[in-house]
Design a protein around this ligand. Structure first.
Ligand code: ADP
Ligand code: MG
Length: 135
């Protein structure tokens, strides 16, 4: 059974406020219901898709992963809206479709390497496909 595209809708909650904005990549953390309802076969990693928020639809890069702060027990789903230039939207609802898988989650040797990886993720998410040649 094909898992993707997969639709979810939920509330944007507060994360630790670490990293995201400083990296130029804030991520809207989704509430626990979204995390609990993820299909079993959806592996951790970075994905691309589309997210609709307040009636506007954006390309998104998103992650499904484990937060080490919770001793690897707490999975997070985090959505970066590409080209969204508004302010914070904690507590608001967001509806999204995960379209495709980009890469596994991993740690990077430096902040610069992480930033480079995120920039590539965003480029793939903008294209909306992984099938148009390598970056
Ligand atoms: P947190 O740890 O609370 O998730 P982040 O640094 O990841 O903090 O910032 C996420 C918050 O930033 C989102 O919940 C949202 O309110 C806001 N935000 C602003 N621009 C964006 C964007 N383009 N994509 C996602 N969230 C954004
Ligand atoms: Mg976040």
């Amino acid at each position: 059974m094909q898992i993707l595209p997969y639709h979810f809708e939920g509330e944007v909650v507060r994360g630790f406020g670490r990293g995201g904005k400083e990296l130029g990549c804030p991520t809207a953390n989704m509430d626990d219901t979204v995390i609990e309802n993820l299909p079993d076969g959806l592996k951790v990693g970075v994905y691309y898709g589309k997210a609709t928020f307040k009636g506007n639809t954006y390309s998104m890069a998103m992650s499904v992963g484990w937060n080490p702060q919770y001793h690897n027990e707490k999975k997070t789903v985090e959505v970066h809206l590409i080209d969204y230039a508004g302010g914070d939207f904690y507590g608001k609802r967001l509806s999204a479709v995960i379209v495709g898988y980009i890469r596994d989650m991993r740690s990077f040797a430096s902040l610069e390497e992480l930033k480079t990886a995120i920039a590539k993720d965003i480029e793939i998410a903008r294209r909306g496909t992984t099938e148009q040649g390598k970056l």
